[in-house]
Write a protein that binds this ligand. Structure first.
Ligand code: NAD
Ligand code: UGA
Length: 334
């Protein structure tokens, strides 16, 4: 059996890897994670197939990163690029690149979900183990649990993914863990099951972005179903803190929920947005979308024990931050 290498840590903050690779760095969560790593003193190789010069969302996400001297942006397609040069000398890989989104995964983009979420992950794990990268943190999803009985989901619960997306996320995390379980594998893996992440720069297809944009623009928001579905909304800075902790905590080869342990219905979230913004926010009702589960809520015991992590930002505070951001990034009207 080989001995797992130990990550080098930055001098200033002993909880931060010295040299990190972030895949999906031009995305919502990846760009926040990258900035936090840079601010803590790490060098970050940020890999994404989206290019700030041609993709406006990527440009917005990368605004605060692009000129940082310790940021090395690489525009690359993980399915075809040479992975090993990207991972050379890395102390940790944060593998966030994926095709996200539950509802579109039923459609013609399914092959993208399979290739990006599973095949690209196989390439990353192969390279990480060959280069003896000590730690890989992979972004998994609360969606792997599927329908629940209403109690918080625990990592030992049997997963019942209810959408093609969720199936690919379960495959992604289990693929990483299968590599890591080989006796000769030098890379330890922590799979983080994120619960509906929100905050500034949230993806435009997600509910809170649409809701707060509707408040600003005085346009209606579409509700999929009766609005009684509940989500464990988790604020981006809390997610980033948990993700960085997962790179250095003495935790090996496991899955960990990253959620708050509370959940809020879509109807209550709309009321909260009305109070917060003073807007009417009219709603239109449409049918429940396939693959949408009735409720998500994280059991956070494992995150507390293994990562010494607790979330700090409540929904009202986080939504206010996100609304401020949307307001200040409103395109100027002529
Ligand atoms: P995002 O779409 O904003 O970011 C993902 C990034 O990955 C994109 O910039 C995309 O270009 C990149 N990417 C995808 N496939 C690639 C490939 N083949 N090669 C290179 N780059 C590629 O999504 P996000 O919301 O930031 O999600 C990040 C991760 O967290 C994903 O793995 C997602 O499944 C997971 N997750 C997100 C949430 C959430 O609420 N946002 C919840 C659970 C899990
Ligand atoms: C989110 C992310 O999009 C996934 O990438 C992630 O894997 C998942 O969280 C997770 O927790 O694992 P979802 O919970 O569907 O998925 O997040 P939203 O898109 O914000 O939707 C939340 C709820 O609002 C859903 O019930 C959805 O049907 C509803 N919704 C969404 C609407 O009623 N109207 C909309 O316009 C959008």
């Amino acid at each position: 059996m080989s001995t797992a290498p130990t990550p080098h840590l930055v001098g200033a903050d002993p909880q931060v890897p010295r040299r990190a690779v972030v895949t999906g760095a031009a995305g919502f969560i990846g760009s926040h994670l990258t900035l936090a790593l840079l601010q803590a003193g790490a060098t970050v190789i940020g890999v994404d197939r989206r290019d700030a010069d041609s993709d406006p969302a990527a440009a917005t996400n990368l605004t605060l990163l692009r000129d940082h001297p310790a940021f090395i942006p690489i525009t690359a397609e993980l399915l075809t690029c040479a992975i090993e040069p990207l991972l050379l000398d890395a102390d940790a890989v944060f593998h966030l690149a994926a095709i996200p989104g539950v509802r579109p995964s039923w459609g013609p983009r399914f092959s993208d979900y399979v290739t990006c979420n599973i095949l690209a992950t196989q390439r990353i794990m192969d390279a990480a183990t060959r280069l003896r990268v000590p730690r890989l943190v992979v972004a998994s999803s609360s969606s792997v649990y599927g329908a629940t009985n209403g109690t918080p989901s625990n990592e030992i619960d049997h997963p019942h993914p209810a959408s093609p997306y969720a199936v690919t996320k379960l495959a992604q995390e289990q693929l990483c863990l299968a590599h890591a379980a080989r006796p000769d594998c030098p890379t330890t893996v922590t799979a983080l099951r994120y619960f509906t992440v929100y905050g500034p720069r949230q993806r435009e297809d997600m509910f809170l972005h649409r809701l707060l944009t509707a408040a600003l623009d005085d346009t209606p928001i579409q509700i999929f179903g009766d609005g009684r579905q509940r989500r464990d909304f988790t604020y981006i800075t809390d997610v980033v803190t948990a993700t960085i902790a997962a790179a250095t905590a003495p935790t090996i080869n496991t899955v960990i929920n990253v959620g708050t342990g509370t959940s809020t219905s879509i109807a209550d979230t709309i009321q909260l947005a009305r109070r917060l913004t003073g807007a009417r926010i009219p709603t239109t009702d449409t049918t429940t979308r396939n693959g949408d589960v009735a409720a998500t809520c994280a059991d956070t015991t494992r995150a507390r024990h293994l990562l010494a992590w607790t979330p700090h930002v409540d929904l009202a505070t986080g939504m206010a931050e996100q609304f401020d951001w949307i307001t200040s990034h409103q395109p100027a009207t002529v």
